[in-house]
Design a protein around this ligand. Structure first.
Ligand code: ZN
Length: 155
């Protein structure tokens, strides 16, 4: 990564950290999950509203550091409009990008703006900050599936 790109990525994280997108709870028709990163003290709640197989809306509330907040902001932007399977593919790509120092995923177009987070992989203490929103998102998505299953079995 050139210094110029490094600065650009840092700017994206600072901007999203200071002005997070979708930093709001969703209503009763949303599913949610809570995540905690004790290493840093990050706490986050991720909300998803599914319309069939599509993530119609996503939001989050958090008490978290700039990296975790920026990751959640970029994540919710990226998730809205995606199908469940597209979102899970993105989760896999982002997790690979954040937990690996090999640049292969970050160099693809699949992750788009989320590439701004790729520099975090060089800082092991911060990786959990960046992955926390994503693991919490996975739990919320699973929670939706569980509630659907239990609602069906209750009938
Ligand atoms: Zn953090």
């Amino acid at each position: 990564m050139t210094d110029e790109l490094g600065t650009l990525y840092r700017d994206v994280i600072v901007e999203h950290g200071n002005h997070p997108r979708n930093h709001r709870a969703l209503g009763n028709d949303a599913v949610s999950a809570e995540g905690v990163n004790p290493l840093c003290g990050d706490e986050i709640t991720v909300y998803l509203r599914l319309d069939g197989d599509v993530i119609a809306d996503a939001g989050f509330e958090s008490h978290s550091c700039a990296i975790s907040t920026a990751s959640a902001s970029l994540m919710t932007e990226a998730l809205i409009g995606k199908t469940r399977s597209e979102a899970l593919d993105l989760f896999d790509d982002v997790r690979a990008m954040l937990t690996s120092t090999t640049p292969s995923v970050a160099e693809t177009d699949r992750v788009g703006k989320l590439r701004a987070l790729s520099g975090v992989s060089a800082y092991p203490m911060r990786v959990k900050c960046a992955t926390l929103p994503w693991h919490t998102f996975r739990e919320a998505l699973d929670a939706d599936r569980c509630s659907t299953v239990s609602a069906e079995s209750a009938q």
